[in-house]
Design a protein around this ligand. Structure first.
Ligand SMILES: [Zn+2]
Length: 271
């Protein structure tokens, strides 16, 4: 059975993220996804800020950190031909080192939507090489915008490193009412490094529980299993639609849904 994971801030309205770790462990999850501290856009009220603090929390609760999301604000700048790329590029390099020191195996990043430039591709190739040296894989995430999706595909084709791959976000792939979902795991082929699983109504990005929206999970998990037989089943939830549930009950439901997805994944691997 694949391992089960959830975003540590599974409920955006909740209190300090530190209190979520014991609850996530008690619900039965194997690990979490964290957000990486962003020196350019620091959080307003989160006392648990550094990767080392989150790594200690995870360890104390018997959880693994499967991936860290690098700053949401960066991506496009890396294609810049001038100085605009310097700060984001150095931040990404620092992020890789920080994750390596704390044994986080995957950095999730955005690729932006600017047209590929030779300098930009070189920066991603250098990031991938540094990731390889440090043992941290870089997973580019598909966003809702089709231009950004095409950018991820173009980058994966241009930079053929085993350390640069895809973070398949099933919710983003479903959230375009006017465009059909793409079989992105198949496009990434052997470089599907991470998944973000959440649901929506097909119109906007809602980060709901799987089976609360319109995604065909049997099709989705078959496609994921084909590309990666051992990827953790990771829910990227922002509490929606179950506001009546206490955090432990919300997590119990999320765990049950994750198990359903894991069973579909397992079925497809064995088929
Ligand atoms: Zn995501």
């Amino acid at each position: 059975m694949p391992l089960l994971a959830i975003r540590d801030r599974f409920c955006d309205a909740g209190g300090p993220v530190a209190q979520n770790y014991p609850l996530i462990a008690q619900a039965g999850f194997d690990g979490v996804m964290i957000e990486h501290r962003d020196p350019l856009h620091p959080p307003k009220q989160d006392a648990i800020y550094r990767t080392s603090q989150k790594a200690a929390l995870a360890k104390a609760n018997g959880l693994r950190i499967f991936c860290a999301h690098a700053s949401y604000m960066l991506g496009s700048e890396l294609m810049d031909n001038g100085e605009k790329a310097d700060a984001p590029f150095h931040y990404m390099m620092d992020c890789l080192r920080d994750l390596s020191e704390n044994e986080v195996p995957v950095m999730v990043a955005h690729a932006g939507s600017e047209a590929l430039t030779p300098k930009g591709m070189d920066r991603f190739a250098r990031l991938a090489a540094e990731g390889q040296r440090l043992g941290v894989r870089i997973a580019l995430e598909n966003l809702r915008d089709r231009g950004e999706v095409m950018q991820v595909i173009a980058l994966l084709q241009a930079v053929r490193s085993p350390y640069l791959g895809l973070c398949f976000d099933a919710g983003h792939n479903n959230a375009n009412a006017d465009l059909p979902p793409l079989d992105l795991p198949a496009i990434a082929d052997q470089r599907l490094f991470m998944v973000h699983l959440h649901d929506n109504d097909g119109k906007s990005d809602q980060h709901m529980m799987p089976y609360d929206g319109t995604i065909d999970w049997a099709v989705t998990m078959r496609s994921v299993a084909k590309a990666n037989r051992a990827v953790p089943i990771l829910l990227e939830l922002v509490e929606r639609g179950h506001a009546e549930l206490s955090p432990p009950d919300f997590l119990a439901l999320a765990y049950a849904r994750a198990k359903k997805l894991a069973a579909l994944h397992e079925e497809a691997v064995c088929a």
